[in-house]
Every structure is written in structure tokens, then in C-alpha cells.
Design a protein around this ligand. Structure first.
Ligand SMILES: [Mn+2]
Length: 432
């Protein structure tokens, strides 16, 4: 399955081995941070100099003194910027490639989309980075880190991801346990704080009390200590609650049945590990997430603290914003001003409450309008295309995956942009 990708990864490994100094530019989310950590560790083991820089996106030509630049979890979608890079270049990405990249600087372009895999579901950047690390040496112990990218990007455990996880299980770095793929800890706290799945208990103590009473539980139980029977009852109750609140049913298989234990990581619960890394990125503390990925336990407590604060902020924001959601013909949308974040709110609202139409969140902040759009596989639209076309029409730029994409547009054109998005989504839905 990964053979074709491995051909390109081998090329990447060759140039990495030859490089004197390497600069990794990676994305600031869980997939980007974990990819960066995998590459950095593998490169460090070769005793080579390296730098890591975290970027929100590839908006300008990255500057570096190094003789090799690695773009990780980014680059495939921005040929015009990539073409201006005047260093040897390796791209390790899983976003849909756009156009042809006309440059002789690229030594390797490791992207599942170019190797017969769907990069949206079947292989994350962290998985692709692991394959490169695997070509660089004996790096099986980094396989747990790759899981943060797979889960963080909401990928499926199929294709390349399944192969990587299988390998992690065989080499004893990952353990697959029966149970619920939710956070560890006291049941009441886990149910309240969870955003994957989002169970809508935050600020609803009475509902939670009733939910627990119906289960015959107090909430003081440790989730990891529940019996099989208790876990099954809890899973059923959660599924019913999710479907009632309007969640996308595809979510259910993601957290019911099995949980991943990352035996080699500082945080063993894969969901918690992913969430902590992700929230570090969102809180502009990528280096804390990175440190946890490279197993520097001095940063663990800080990471947990960032995560807790982030969850509370996100839950507050969800409760506030869900009332502001408007309906177009074929989409739902929300226009916010100076919101702390757009993506996580859009993700939760679109997955757990408004899952029947494409969901568009616009945040006007510092003179630009940032757009996050979300859909699921039941909704037949390609949001990457929608964002690219609609943003282009109003003087902005956009792109991404079919189910998760983004754009940056001039704030004065938000209304035009929304109606353009609505129109394109309608025509995609009608033609499918
Ligand atoms: Mn990614």
C-alpha cells in the first residue's frame, strides 16, 4: 500500500542524508507538530544540524540559511510560493496537490495523493513523515507520535494509516484495547470536557446528573477502570445522545470499540496525547507540543495546563456561537468578529450539531477575514475546491481537503463570499 510513497520517501531520505543543515517548516496543528517531531528526531539521530519553524500556513516564501528546506504538512497546494524557494526542497504533505510545481529545486515530493492514496483519509503528514523517518534509519519508536497526526486530522484508520498502526502494534509501541476512545480520568470530568466526541454537557450539570443516574453511575468512576459491561452501557448512552444532538453518524465508529494506547509516549491515551499537542499549537505554544512529542517530560505539566484552558475556552465559545449560526440555501454559516479561534469551533459545530450541510465559519480579525469550512463524507461537496473558487472570486485565496478547507479573504467581501460559497455548494450537491 505504501510502496509507491516509499519510493519518493527514499529519495527524500537520500537528500536528507547528504544535507549539511536542514530547516523544517511545519504546520502548527497536531499533524504538523507531530510530523516535525518525527522528522527532527530522525534527523537528530543522524547527528545533523536542524531547525524547526512552525507556520500557520505557507503564506510567503520561507527564509532560511540551511541548505535543505523541508516543508511538512504544507506545500503541495501552493505551487506559486514553492517555486520561489531557492534551496533544495523536500515536500512531505498530504494536502491535495494544486497544479504543477515548476521548479528544479524539489528533490522529493512525498504526498499520498501522488502515490495512489487518498491523503484526506488514508495518510496524514505525520504518517508520510514516519515513512521518511523509516527510510532514514531504525525509527519504529516514533510510530506513536504519528498517531497524533492521524487522529488530529480526523483521518480514518484505513489505507496507509492502518498499515502504520498495524506496524506500531507489531513492534509493541501501540496497543489496541477494547473500550471507548475517549480521555482518561474521572467519568464526570471526561464527559463534561470532551470535544471529541462533543457531548454537550458543559454547563448542563443537571442533564449530566440524569445521564449518569440512568447509567447507574456516580461520575466518580475512572473511565479506564470501567468493566466491559459498564463500558458497553456508557457507549450506548453516548451514541444515543450524539444522534439526538445531530451528530454525523460516521463519528461513532471513531470512538466506539477500540482505544489506542501509545506505550512509548509521555501521554499514553492517544486521544489525550493528540488533544494536548493540538491545543499547544492553537495556543501559540507549538514548542511545548513539540517537546512532548520528543518526550521531554519537563513540558508535560505545561502541556496539560494549556489543554485544560483551551478546552474550557472552546466549550464556552461553542455555547456562545451555536446561537449565531445562520442558514443559507445549501450551507450553514457563522460570521464572527475577533473570535479566539475559528477552526476548532467550526469542527465541533459541524460534526456534532449541524452535520447535515456544509458549515462555514468566518472570523474577521486584524483586517482580514479567515474562513474555516467543514463537511463530512455524507455531504457530497469538495470544500477545497469551493474555497479555492469562491475566495478567488472575491480577491482572496483558499483551498484544502474536501471535508475541511480554509480561505483568507478581504473582510469587506464576506457577504459576497458566503453567497458564492452557497451557490457553488448547491451546484455540487445537485450534480452529485
Ligand atoms: Mn495535516
Amino acid at each position: 500500500m505504501l510502496d509507491l510513497l516509499r519510493v519518493e520517501a527514499t529519495k527524500a531520505a537520500e537528500i536528507i542524508r547528504k544535507a549539511e543543515s536542514i530547516h523544517i517548516f511545519t504546520h502548527y496543528d497536531a499533524d504538523g507538530i507531530s510530523s516535525g517531531a518525527i522528522l527532527a528526531t530522525a534527523i537528530d539521530r543522524l547527528k545533523k544540524q536542524f531547525h524547526v519553524t512552525f507556520l500557520k500556513g505557507l503564506n510567503s516564501v520561507p527564509e532560511s540559511e540551511a541548505d535543505l528546506i523541508i516543508l511538512s504538512d504544507m506545500g503541495s497546494g501552493y505551487p506559486d510560493i514553492v517555486e520561489k524557494i531557492d534551496r533544495n526542497l523536500v515536500i512531505i504533505d498530504h494536502h491535495t496537490p494544486v497544479g504543477r510545481i515548476e521548479t528544479d529545486k524539489i528533490v522529493a515530493h512525498v504526498n499520498p495523493h501522488l502515490s495512489g492514496l487518498n491523503g484526506t483519509y488514508e495518510l496524514s503528514a505525520s504518517g508520510a513523515a514516519f515513512i521518511v523517518a523509516d527510510c532514514l534509519g531504525s525509527n519504529d519508536d516514533l510510530i506513536g507520535v504519528a498517531v497524533a497526526g492521524i487522529l488530529g486530522d480526523k483521518q480514518k484508520i484505513i489505507g496507509g494509516n492502518a498499515e502504520i498502526i498495524r506496524r506500531g502494534i507489531e513492534s509493541n509501541y501501540i496497543e489496541l484495547k477494547k473500550g471507548l476512545n475517549i480521555h482518561s480520568g474521572k467519568l464526570r470530568e471526561v464527559l463534561t470536557m470532551s470535544t471529541e466526541p462533543f457531548l454537550d454537557f458543559y454547563g448542563k450539570e443537571e442533564e449530566l446528573d440524569k445521564f449518569l443516574r440512568d447509567l447507574g453511575m456516580s461520575g466518580e468512576e475512572d473511565v479506564d477502570e470501567l468493566s466491559e459491561e459498564e463500558t458497553r452501557k456508557l457507549a450506548n448512552a453516548i451514541v444515543i445522545r450524539l444522534l439526538r444532538q445531530g451528530a454525523y453518524e460516521g463519528i461513532i465508529e471513531e470512538f466506539v470499540g477500540k482505544k489506542f494506547i501509545l506505550k512509548n509516549e509521555l501521554i499514553k491515551n492517544a486521544v489525550t496525547f493528540t488533544d494536548v499537542i493540538n491545543s499547544c499549537g492553537r495556543a501559540a505554544a507549538c514548542s511545548v507540543g513539540f517537546a512532548i512529542c520528543v518526550k521531554d517530560d519537563k513540558y508535560l505539566e505545561k502541556g496539560y495546563k494549556i489543554w485544560r484552558n483551551f478546552q474550557i475556552e472552546l466549550l464556552e465559545e461553542i455555547n456562545k456561537r451555536r446561537k449565531e449560526v445562520k442558514e443559507g440555501k445549501c450551507i450553514r454559516y457563522i460570521i464572527m468578529e475577533n473570535a479566539p479561534s475559528t477552526g476548532p469551533v467550526a469542527t465541533v459545530l459541524s460534526r456534532y450539531i449541524f452535520s447535515d450541510k456544509p458549515f462555514i465559519a468566518v472570523n474577521v480579525k486584524n483586517g482580514t477575514a479567515k474562513v474555516s469550512s467543514r463537511a463530512n463524507r455524507r455531504i457530497k461537496v469538495d470544500l477545497g475546491e469551493v474555497m479555492r473558487i469562491a475566495a478567488g472570486k472575491v480577491g482572496g485565496r483558499g483551498g484544502g481537503h474536501s471535508v475541511a478547507a480554509g480561505a483568507v479573504i478581504p473582510p469587506e467581501n464576506v457577504e459576497d463570499f458566503i453567497s458564492e460559497v452557497d451557490k457553488i455548494c448547491c451546484s455540487m450537491l445537485n450534480s452529485s
